[in-house]
Design a protein around this ligand. Structure first.
Ligand SMILES: [Fe+2]
Length: 344
């Protein structure tokens, strides 16, 4: 199906399999001008079967390779770098109403790789540059609790999400930028629907794609099969993971998040973020899904398959979203990513 951007008039060919996933309405971001492109479908995609998790093509693994893959997956999970301890310790402290700023300072000062970006983020937030604050004590004493949590989370996340992912075609920093945009959008979407979920949504949005850290080497080993699937058949990396590997990055992300001691409610939402049929009753999952798709469509740190993602129509309805909201969100997220990246 050929669609035309109503803003810049650029034309795109949307593959049939993508159209089948759209229930009635969807909104895409034009890769050229970033304006919103609305699609209305008359065919109900709900009648279409969900993507099969089991392999179905010659590119997929044999059962024996599947067993080996699972073993290797477990090994990769075990060798994944740990989340900096500062995050868990700081969160534990913040959950305690009697938190003493001196204790927080001590936690941050223990890890210079967290303390340095934390200081720059604090400085940027308070003074608009990255050098006006020189002590952790000053930053902790000045920032509010929510901002403190956000900056510590970002400083820790950058360490684990910042690396290059060759298999996914992502340069160093790309996954972190995409995750930042998704975190920003998650918080904004949650704030509209359920303000109490906003901070949790930010954290879940930030770590939602961490499964790609594990799957990257598996994807790279099967570069040809993935390239054919994604670039020739115009399907998403997610579909390629399911078809070629037999499992997908949200499943693996859930395992990574358990290892990193991310709270359970966030783990469940992350595991479901690409499974619209299962998140009808999970507000956080719907939020993460919409935020991820918005971030993908905006092209921030996403691969070439960004246009192939869309916000599920049921999620749009559930979150009371109009297409215009998505366009505004994309622009705001881009500004947020730019400000944060100046601190790393
Ligand atoms: Fe994802």
């Amino acid at each position: 199906m050929i669609i035309s951007c109503p803003h810049c008039r650029k034309r795109y060919n949307i593959p049939e399999d993508v159209l089948q996933k759209i229930s009635e309405k969807a909104v895409f971001a034009c890769p050229a001008c970033k304006g919103s492109i609305h699609l209305s479908m008359t065919v109900q995609a709900a009648a279409a079967p969900p993507p099969a998790p089991a392999p179905a093509s010659s590119a997929a693994q044999s059962p024996s390779e599947g067993a080996t893959l699972k073993d290797r997956l477990t090994q990769a999970l075990n060798s994944l770098p740990a989340m900096p301890q500062a995050l868990e310790q700081a969160r534990g402290l913040m959950a305690d109403n009697r938190m003493r700023p001196a204790d927080m300072v001590k936690i941050l000062e223990q890890d210079p790789s967290v303390a340095a970006p934390f200081l720059r983020l604090a400085s940027m937030s308070l003074y608009g540059d990255t050098q006006s604050i020189s002590s952790i004590q000053q930053a902790v004493g000045t920032l509010g609790m929510k901002t403190l949590n956000e900056f510590i989370t970002l400083a820790c996340a950058a360490q684990v999400l910042g690396r290059e992912l060759k298999g996914y075609g992502l340069q160093a920093g790309d996954l972190f930028k995409h995750s930042l945009a998704a975190a920003y959008c998650s918080r904004a979407l949650a704030a509209r629907k359920s303000p109490d979920l906003a901070e949790e949504a930010f954290s879940a949005g930030l770590f939602h794609d961490c499964g790609k850290l594990i799957l990257d080497s598996f994807v790279e080993e099967r570069r040809e099969a993935f390239s054919a699937f994604v670039y020739e058949q115009k399907k998403s990396f997610l579909d390629a993971e399911r078809e070629i590997l037999g499992f997908d990055h949200p499943q693996v992300a859930a395992d990574v998040c358990v290892k990193w001691r991310i709270p359970k409610r966030q783990v469940v939402a992350i595991a479901l973020h690409h499974t619209p049929s299962r998140f009808v009753h999970n507000e956080l999952a719907a939020v993460i899904h919409a935020a991820d798709a918005t971030s993908m469509m905006s092209g921030i740190g996403s691969g070439l398959d960004g246009l192939l993602y869309s916000v599920d129509e049921k999620a749009m309805e559930f979150l009371n979203l109009e297409g215009d909201c998505i366009g505004v969100l994309m622009a705001d997220a881009a500004g947020y990513v730019k400000r944060v990246m100046a601190c790393f």
